[in-house]
Design a protein around this ligand. Sequence first.
Ligand SMILES: Cc1cc2nc3c(=O)[nH]c(=O)nc-3n(C[C@H](O)[C@H](O)[C@H](O)COP(=O)(O)OP(=O)(O)OC[C@H]3O[C@@H](n4cnc5c(N)ncnc54)[C@H](O)[C@@H]3O)c2cc1C
Length: 495
Amino acid sequence: MRRLVILGGGTAGTMVANKLRAQYTPGELEITVVDRDDNHHYQPGYLFLPVGIYSDDKIVRSRHHFIPDGVELVLGEIDRVDAPRKVVHLEDGRELYYDTLVIATGVEPRPDLTPGADSPDVHHFYDLPHASALTEAFKEFRGGRLVVHLTDMPIKCPVAPLEFTFLADAYFRERKSRKKVEIVYVTPLDGAFTKPIASRELGTMFEKRDIGLEADFAVERIDTEAKELISFDDRHVPYDLLVSIPLNVGPEYVARSGLGDDMNLVPCDQHTMRSLEHPDIFVLGDGGTLQTSKAGSVAHFSVDVFMENWPYYLAGEPLPHSFDGHANCFIETGHGRGMLLDFNYGTQPFTGGFPLPLVGPMTLLGESRANHLAKLAFRFVYWDFLLRGRPLPFTTDMHLLGKNVEGEASGTSNKDLLLSPFKRKPAKPATKSRKSSRPRPAPHPDPQRSRPPSSASRTKTPTPAQPVPDYVAAKGVDSTADAADILPDPIIPKF
Ligand SMILES: Cc1cc2nc3c(=O)[nH]c(=O)nc-3n(C[C@H](O)[C@H](O)[C@H](O)COP(=O)(O)OP(=O)(O)OC[C@H]3O[C@@H](n4cnc5c(N)ncnc54)[C@H](O)[C@@H]3O)c2cc1C
């Protein structure tokens, strides 16, 4: 019997425990999930607390509701992983031996890493205590300068600071106090939106809402006495109420275990989520170095690929199924409307429609009421379907159906999508043939890195010829290829 230990009982850890338990009996696979406490948080809900759309009771549930029978839930703080000996040490001295380890401990907001940011006067909404404190601060705010600040990327749900800004604008308008509130968005990026199509579609939204933008702002410290953000190039941004999204880094045990990079993220293969150093360790969810959004949707799609590869892993074969970086994110824009983005490693978010069965099509990169309702409904989908590993009407690979494809594009064609039910991937490895069912991407040129190197520093590795599907334009790319091999700068949604 194989022993699997899953570190983290959040989105990815719970999902994968459910999916594996449904396929393997406890006699075949012993599954243990470790988390520090029994409170599972629906993190997208934090956004809605300060603006009065949700209350705490909509956000937290016992982990026990979602961990299936036959899976042991161990509550305790992880101290370190001894990867060579295949044992996890908990802070209370307990030891858990494994054959396979899944790291699903995500990332956490760390205001203590920026001078001044961990003051009680500096707010954020990236955990429940801070979102609750911001709720009170919003109620008491009578007017002045509200600054929404992004410290640096990557953060989980990279669009959440923008959503919060739009929701804050709507919150004060609905209370007829918007004229007394100046809103400024401060970002280290070169704009609120960095990719061409998204910029074109969304660029005017700040202007229309009278929201100021301070770009290219690399914060050095926050002076809470003077109430100012101060950048390394000595720009000062004053505030009356500050919402500063802190750095998001992996947990400290990752560093203590020698498994992480400088952000405590575990370097992993972009397509299989397998640790680059330890073949019996996989990283699911936010805690790895996938060059796509840190988002629940990415956890969902990448867990699906992990499940497809699992039988091959057990058989000791190469892993044939490849994650394409697919992410989709709803963005709240206020006044009961929202947007939807859909992209992968090789594409930027396009306009058009997302063909969601029954309720779709949803508007891509455009505001609609349906997108807002879908975002609110997602809480029920999260608790009752996603976490429990039940099927959802989303394809794991990103597809182009309904999209207005402009410029260079990749993804699955309409034809592929329509034919996909007849081209199901095999559930088990073939016993004789070791050939993969899809073209394998070229190895990453620099597998240890966590961020894309600058184009100047990158040495181009010759990529072996890959079969290119006929829908891809001459200058287009194959969505199964590594983004760093095919684009000058991989498209990492930064807006
Ligand atoms: C404000 C906000 C809004 C968001 N909105 C969206 C959205 O609209 N759509 C979307 O797709 N995603 C959204 N996300 C992102 C989404 O919540 C995360 O990407 C997702 O939860 C990641 O799953 P995970 O399993 O990697 O990590 P998590 O779900 O964070 O789980 C990690 C688990 O590990 C445990 N853990 C960590 N360290 C230790 C330790 N040392 N010992 C024991 N246990 C430990 C934690 O307690 C936690 O339960 C949002 C996130 C935030 C903060």
